[in-house]
Design a protein around this ligand. Sequence first.
Ligand code: ADE
Length: 240
Amino acid sequence: MRIDVVSIFPDYLAPLDLSLVGKARQTGLLDLRVHDLRDWTTDRHRTVDDTPFGGGAGMVMRPDVWGRALDDVLEEGAHLIVPTPSGEPFTQRHAERLAQEQHLVLACGRYEGIDARVAEHYRSHGQVTELSIGDYVLNGGEVAALVVVEAVARLLPGVVGNPASLVEESHGAAGLLEYPVYTKPPVWDGLEVPDVLLSGHHARIARWRRDTALVRTAQRRPDLVAALDPADLDAQDLRV
Ligand code: ADE
């Protein structure tokens, strides 16, 4: 997969050289390119923003600079992602769909955002999705771009060493948060690992994990429980 990220702070994306995403880049599973938006400015000051029409505080990113950048970077068939607090809430379902694409381009806005005509213009050329990573406001789209790239890249075949670890995690197919996990030592600070996990009884372990996942989800994310398909619940679930 190819991913291009355009930002006025390309150094913000440096963590993408680390860990599993960094390794995926080195091995060629991921062709990730980071660009400086200012390379597409034409004035001496390398200006990317201006005051908002209609007045108000802050600055807006100019569509002409973004247009030149995206005309160069967005190839035919690429999907443009614009991180913004006013976007659709980014979920694991988006990550799964985006991981199927050949080419993503992330346009990181700063200040009060990017002139709205940019998303409108590229919608008539291809797919454009404005995504929010949560109901809070960051200083720009870079941190959100890191989130989207990591969530997508780890789903590419070969990026996570053991694909089985993707199966039971939070926000997976079961629609539940993940059950609590434990490792050695079996007693730490007077706290014991639940007996069932030491029992070697696979069916009982699976039941315990499902029960704790259900309780945890009901406590922390009642919205996810409400969204469960009753057909996916078994008689034991209903007891919990
Ligand atoms: N840019 C600023 N805040 C953001 C958010 N919550 N999600 C995505 N992009 C953003």
